[in-house]
Design a protein around this ligand. Sequence first.
Ligand code: 5GP
Ligand code: ZN
Length: 114
Amino acid sequence: MSDCLFCKIVAGDVPSTKVHETPTTLAFRDINPQADVHVLVVPKAHHEDAAALAAADPRLLADVVGAGAEVARLEGMAEPGYRLVFNTGEHAGRTVFHAHLHVLGGEQLGTFGR
Ligand code: 5GP
Ligand code: ZN
């Protein structure tokens, strides 16, 4: 999609700090980190959100989650742990409409939810 920020990051037209890449996924540091480690994993192909990705290409969704686990390992978070989040819709505060997995950790995380 020509007007999608994360498609532009995948294409290299918008700079990002790359952490990990596979043939189907790209992982880069969030520009406004919400934890000591905050990485976004995106499918290189454009899908609107996690549900659309699951419906259209479940193997690609599995690639994204697997890449998230690999990022956690590379960042030294496999132990003591980390959080994977897909935001969907307005109540989750979603801002970018290209499916992306948040990988959060590197510190003791707060209570999940509110
Ligand atoms: P959402 O709220 O849609 O789940 O998350 C979008 C995320 O993208 C936010 O955490 C935000 O900080 C991040 N973000 C927005 N613009 C950019 C950008 O240009 N570069 C990077 N690396 N992250 C971005
Ligand atoms: Zn896109």
